[in-house]
Each structure stands twice: as C-alpha cells, then as structure tokens.
Design a binder for this molecule. Sequence first.
Ligand SMILES: [Fe+2]
Length: 265
Amino acid sequence: MKSTKSNQGRTSRNTSKKKGWTKFVFFSDNHGDCENKEVTNALVKFISKFKPHWKIHGGDGFDIRSLRKGAIGSEEYNSLDKDIDMGCAFIERLKPDVWLHGNHEYRLFQTLHSSGNGIIRDYCKDVIRTIENTLKANGCKRILPYDADKGVFQLGPIVFCHGYTVNMRSVAEHASHYAPAGGACLIGHLHTIQQANAKKHKGCVGFCGGGLFEKDLMTYSHRHLNTSTWGNGWLYGWVKGNEWKVLQAHKVGGKWVAPIDFNPQ
Ligand SMILES: [Fe+2]
C-alpha cells in the first residue's frame, strides 16, 4: 500500500501534530442488531494495543431496516428497539471521536422530513436524538451528516466518508473525487475489502475496509449476488504532514491480522 511524498495536496485541516505520527482507526457498518460481535471484540482488542489518536466511525452503525424503501413483511413491522439498543451499546463500547452518518441513519432523517404520519416523525426525531446524545455522552467530537459535501472528515492527506455510490469503480471514484493529490480516501458503504489507485495529478488511492456486520443476520441482502463480495474488517494507519500509510485488518487462517509495528523514524 502506498505512501506519498507529495507536498501538493490540499491544505491539511485537522493534522496539527508536527512531531510524530498521528494514528487513526476507521471502522463502519456494524448495522445495529446485525453487528458481528466477534469482529467487534477483535477491533476492541486491536484499539487497546494500537492506541489511535482518532477513532472514526464511517457510518451505518444502525440498520433501521423497517424504514428501508421497499421494506416488506417482518422488515417493515419489526420493532427497531434492539437495533437502536445494540447500535448505542456499540457507541458506548467504542467511543468514536468522529461519527459519519451512513445511508442507513439517513433513513431516519429522510422519514422525519417526508412522512405524513406525525407519530412516525416524532419517533424518528427521538431516535436521532438518542443516537446523537449517546455519541456526545461518549466523547464524540464531530457528528457529520450523510451528505456528499458535508459528510466528509479530513485528517491531513486522508479523507474519510461513508460512501455515496455503489458500482465496480466506487473505491477509485471516491478517491478521485475526495482525496487530495497524493492522498487517500477511505470509505465504508460497499462492505467490501478493496484498494484502488485512481486517476489524479500526483495520484491518489481509495480504500474500503469491509465492515463489522454479520451477513447472515441481514436477511434483506440474501437475494443479492454482490453480497458475495462482502467482507469483515477495518482500516487503520498513520499520517504525518502529507505522508500516510493505511493498513487493512482482516482475518487470515481464522485469525485476525492487524500489525501495529509500523514505526517510521
Ligand atoms: Fe452498510
């Protein structure tokens, strides 16, 4: 995976540490009550060793499937209580510094502004308040909307967002669109583990880190061939000025592989 010596990137908005490297971890897509606890346990263990300066949640921390467009049968009438409880418990356990709402949280905002039923609108408002209060109570410094312009967090040469397209070129497309020259863009959304170099003057690289979901629990996805591309994992790395390094945590031979010994001098 690439690091860069380019000094031509956009102005770094959030990297203030001049000495040493800033460490981050980027995880996403635990999908409330569809969370894969085994993956979360591995992530928690990793964080305790890696000790990142920034814990960035890339969105879809809740599934909100009864508000999905086209939800039918049990998806539509099932209570969201367990989904909200598990998503909030995840926040309390991981304590993200930055939270990017994903397209699944966006369902709450969309329904809040479009439903003709006042009780449903009140319910959405309550759930949004519960999520955002839980985040703030657990030290979250930034809560960003699911918005292609505003839902973006930048740490030096690396831009983080949930993801706004789903196609074969999405990882490279997000890198071309968001990454500074010579930088990188990290997304969730696709649920796949991917890396792609993208066209840009001085280059850029896109990453998708997989997710923290349990695919078997996401019954609405079982009829889609693209779910065979899904994988569990998370991204992490280091930035210093315009230099960066990104690694992928994933399972090999039944064990999690996530080295923390990248130690540039
Ligand atoms: Fe997702």
